[in-house]
Design a protein around this ligand. Sequence first.
Ligand code: MN
Length: 439
Amino acid sequence: MSTLNETHDPSLKSWVESANREDSDFPIQNLPFGIFRRRGTAEAWRGGVAIGDQIVDLAAAHAAGVFEGEAAAAAQACGDSSLNRFMALGPAAWSALRLALSRVLRQGAAQAGALRACLVPQAEAEYSVPAKIGDYADFYTSIHHATNIGRQFRPDNPLMPNYKWIPIGYHGRSSSIIVSGRDFHRPKGQTLPPGATAPVFGPSKKMDIELELAVFIGTGNELGHPIPLTDADAHVFGLTLLNDWSARDIQPWEYQPLGPFLSKNFASTVSPWIVTLEALAPYRVAPPTRPADDPQPLPYLDSPANRAEGALDIQLEVLLQTGRMRQAGDAPTRLTATSYRHAYWTLGQMVAHHTANGCNLQPGDMLGTGTLSGPTLDQACALIELTVGGKNPVTLPNGEQRTFLDDGDRIVLRGWCEKPGAARIGFGECAATVLPALA
Ligand code: MN
């Protein structure tokens, strides 16, 4: 499951000097995949790999003859405008290309000269959503988020009785998944004002964030044939950061009885670089131990490997920069921080559950983890939790206060992994600004 190989060796250095900086998200041990082109050009979108502050243009590298065999075939597939064809090739192809990239990017590599001509500075690049996402489902895997939210809606019964048995999720919308850096307008919708008996239509007054991770499916499954938990990881290509923007005043009026709809599907932002599950292998950990009086997972959601190392220790944080802060030149300020390791359900359990009825996943499908709030309130990953439903505003360093987001507020998500004996790897950032509602 968490097989380490030479690509994870923390002593590896790259001839791309910026990759060797201690604070780089993209050292040679990471090698995340994305879709890019030079900003402001009509160049074709194509696949690349982040290394330091550069991008390896995989189609160009393939054309330059840098790769051989299975890695060459994989790099050729990355010349498309989405990663779907590469994802569909499966784990052996992903690993072959990762290993080849690791070797040609190492200090002293004979191919350095040829590959140097295939680098594009990240500062000159723009990004697309890295996969053509056919379907998107959003889960609810943090029991702390589910409890915090549930307490606001149902003080006596915060956690629904199904929560500890079933990885709860709903089908989301793919067309409005956008890439980091693309701003969006505050949504309008129906809301029921406090005390009112009829709804009003207008801009949302309770714009919120949800810090999540997005799990990208590599290889799918045939309709009718579930993916067993023991095979789930082999179907997962990798992860990005995900901000599941939420309109908290539209949500309560519309969500019963069929679940979230327009409160969620106006924009969902992903970071451009997919960090592969292979790159994350050093950061496998055991999921939280379930209390003895909690139900244990049903057999299809349980395996020794999942119990031993089904979770991932990914550090996560949310930063806010208001319009006033930006004008004053103030850096974004941290609102909250947590780790993915606290999730009640693992990504393997998400995949196994999603397909348990025979539902077919396809290359490029995206599964949201749900808001990844940690065990304490200062690790909550949505403003509705941090401010206890808007009752306790957050005070920022410049004295401004927020319950929900104002127009001009910019939210930045960051994620990274670090521990002694392994290279620190990061996700880059997932950022967007809330623009005023359109007239
Ligand atoms: Mn969500």
